[in-house]
Structure formats: structure tokens, C-alpha cells
Design a protein around this ligand. Structure first.
Ligand SMILES: [Zn+2]
Length: 178
């Protein structure tokens, strides 16, 4: 009993400030979506749009299958949520996404009036929620959106690392046999 409680406390300490139990549940779902995308040959990023604990849209990056340059998980999940709500304004909604949104997605999230952005791993090469720029908090824009980063960052980053490692190995094997 005592040991179990201290384990829970330790886990809580690792969660970034502002993370809710619902955020954590939605990030776990986003991670599942990311992993299944990897199995389909897509870069593994998953996203879930939710409000009041209900999922309104969920998707993984599908750029390869859809041949859509905007087919990032956040955009696809937001489209579903808009349809579901009958409005492009995603008022009161949060998004959990396994990787820090890029400039395109951060821009779309601000345009959608998203209430909160929760992301997993940081993206030092393309992240637009604090890494390269900080679109959701830019005071020049007409809407600002609080960001919580680093939720389940370990497993989120690991899914990406494993994907790229496997792809490199497959390409090496193809070159060797080709
Ligand atoms: Zn993006």
C-alpha cells in the first residue's frame, strides 16, 4: 500500500505542471495512434482533440497514405472535431499531440481558437510551440493558447526514434541487396 502510493507520487512529479488526468489519458491514446501509424510506414505522431473528457477527433500523421502535405495528426484531428461540432471554432477544446506542433499546425491551432495545447516530445528541428518559435503565445496574434509540453515525452520520443532507426536499417539493407 505504502509502496504503491509513493510510486504514484513519483509518477505525478514527472508530469509537467498543468497536466490533468484527462490530458494523460488522451496522450496515451495519441501515443497508440502514433504507434499504429509507424506500423503503416508513417512518421509516428498522433493527436486527440477533446472537450470535457470526450474525444471529438483523433488521428495520426497520414501524409504518405493521403499524399496530403497538410496531413499532420493535428490538422486531421481538428478537421474531425470541426465536423463533429459543426464549427471551425474549437472553443473550449484541448489537443494532446505526441510531438511539439510545427509552424503549420500551431498556426491552425491558433486559428481554430484551441483552448489548450498539450504535447509530448519537443521538436528542436521544427517545433513552433517554444522550440524554434512560439506561435501559440505570440502576442501579435489575435488568439493565444496555453501550452503544456513534455507529457509522456519519453515514450513519445521513443516511438519516433524507433521508427527512424528501423527505416535507416531497412534502407541500408535495401542498398546492400540492391
Ligand atoms: Zn504539423
Amino acid at each position: 500500500m505504502h509502496r504503491h502510493q509513493s510510486r504514484i507520487r513519483r509518477r505525478r512529479r514527472r508530469l509537467p505542471q498543468g497536466t490533468t488526468v484527462t490530458d494523460l489519458r488522451m496522450m496515451r491514446r495519441a501515443l497508440e495512434l502514433a504507434r499504429s501509424a509507424a506500423a503503416a510506414g508513417e512518421i509516428p505522431v498522433g493527436a486527440v482533440v477533446y472537450r470535457d473528457g470526450n474525444v471529438l477527433g483523433e488521428a495520426a500523421n497520414n501524409r504518405e497514405a493521403s499524399t496530403d502535405p497538410t496531413g499532420h495528426a493535428e490538422v486531421v484531428a481538428m478537421r474531425q472535431a470541426g465536423e463533429r461540432l459543426g464549427s471551425w471554432r474549437l472553443i473550449g477544446c484541448s489537443i494532446a499531440v505526441t510531438l511539439e506542433p510545427c509552424s503549420m499546425c500551431a498556426g491552425a491551432l491558433v486559428n481554430a481558437r484551441m483552448a489548450r495545447i498539450v504535447f509530448g516530445a519537443s521538436d528542436p528541428k521544427a517545433g513552433a510551440c517554444g522550440s524554434l518559435m512560439n506561435v501559440p503565445q505570440d502576442t501579435r496574434l489575435n488568439h493565444r493558447c496555453p501550452v503544456v509540453g513534455g507529457v509522456l515525452r519519453g515514450p513519445c520520443a521513443q516511438a519516433l526514434r524507433a521508427f527512424f532507426r528501423r527505416r535507416r536499417a531497412e534502407r541500408r539493407a535495401a542498398t546492400a541487396s540492391g
